[in-house]
Design a protein around this ligand. Structure first.
Ligand code: F6P
Length: 354
């Protein structure tokens, strides 16, 4: 990943040296504190206090991944006044993904939506939002992604049955490019079918996990959509208007890049999500932060694992890590010992109300 970052942007020797030091520290060294004065310094000081000075290999994986991305941004001068201030080191990868043949195919598929029955449309937009999560650049770098084998839990009907109360729907997004386009199509469907009268879209405040969506990526995807013909262009236009008129709100709370799970949500975010009719959480990392990043027995009830969450929840996720709950014994027996938990070949839709 660090090599990709170096070849995607012509950083000078100083930045390249910082990245080389980060590689050496994270693979063989001990955790160093942040040495920048970015506005989030104080927050990170409390999240890192327990781990500074300890070997990286002893730190919890969820924490290590997040801190690695925070340190990577510092190393490329993202927070310091200078030429690289605010320059997203992953932007070239995200742009390439948005312009790729695979994304073009995903977007083209949305043109079929108007010709489907209402039930088929319901199923198609949920399916696109779930499997869009396969397109994840950090994951592709670490595994080389495989095909889609099937859902291990839930389905479109279970998902839609959750939308029977008034109030805003919150969607906590994951990756940019094709996945975000599918999420925007889902938001459009929520609004056009009257399942939601307002949607709040949460993205990351700063670049993260290579392909995670930031506000700049939302604009990039939206500009791409509105230039396309057909239904996908119409979806882009409606989302654009939704943002202009407040039916859709965009947020980038700092907690979405925090190295801790959702049990530690700060009060402002908790209070906001408490008013949600439903919160939709996309992707593997959000799932790990939702249920807790632990090797749970897979039969642990989903409702039990997410009982701390302040609103009804729908998790849409491709499985990319060992963490999974809410499966039944028969499904686990069918899946057997293979790499289904981590290969990206299986997905799930899980819902619950508090
Ligand atoms: O983009 P997503 O679906 O959150 O996936 C991110 C996942 O990819 C990895 O970074 C690498 O497999 C996992 O650690 C992480 O949970």
């Amino acid at each position: 990943m660090l090599e990709q970052v170096c070849s995607a942007t012509p950083y000078g020797a100083e930045v390249r040296d910082e990245l080389a030091e980060l590689l050496s520290e994270t693979t063989t060294g001990v955790v160093a504190p942040l040495d920048d004065q970015a506005p989030d310094h104080g927050r990170w000081a409390s999240w890192t206090a327990d781990w500074v000075g300890r070997p990286w290999r002893e730190t919890p994986f969820l924490w290590a991944e997040s801190y690695f991305f925070r340190r990577l941004l510092a190393a490329v001068g993202y927070f310091e006044p200078g030429p690289w201030c605010g320059v997203d080191p992953f932007a070239p990868m995200k742009l390439a993904e948005l312009r790729s043949a695979a994304t073009a195919e995903t977007l083209k598929a949305f043109d079929a939506l108007p010709g489907l029955t209402a039930d088929e449309r319901d199923a198609a937009v949920v399916q696109a939002a779930v499997w869009g999560n396969q397109a994840d650049l950090a994951f592709q770098l670490s595994t080389g992604v495989s095909g889609a084998a099937g859902l291990v839990a839930g389905g479109s009907q279970e998902f839609w049955s959750l939308f029977d109360t008034a109030g805003p729907v919150h969607l906590v997004a994951d990756n940019a490019a094709g996945e975000l386009a599918a999420d925007l199509a889902l938001i459009d469907h929520l609004l056009t079918t009257g399942r939601a009268d307002r949607v709040v879209l949460h993205v990351k405040p700063t670049p993260y996990y290579v392909s995670d969506a930031t506000p700049a990526d939302v604009l990039g995807v939206l500009r791409h959509l509105v230039e396309l013909p057909g239904e996908v262009g119409a979806i882009g236009q409606r989302i654009w208007e939704g943002l202009r008129h407040g039916r859709i709100e965009l947020r980038a709370h700092p907690f979405f890049c925090a190295p801790v799970d959702y049990r530690a949500m700060p009060d402002d975010l908790r209070n906001e999500l408490a008013s949600a009719a439903v919160t939709i959480l996309k992707g593997d990392l959000n799932y790990r932060r939702l249920v807790g990043d632990r090797y749970w027995p897979a039969t642990t009830p989903f409702a039990e694992a997410v009982s701390h969450f302040p609103s009804p929840v729908a998790a849409l996720r491709v499985l990319k890590s060992e963490v999974v709950v809410g499966l039944d014994e028969a499904t686990i027996a069918d899946l057997g010992e293979g790499p289904w938990r981590t290969s990206g070949s299986h997905a799930l839709i899980q819902t619950t109300r508090p």
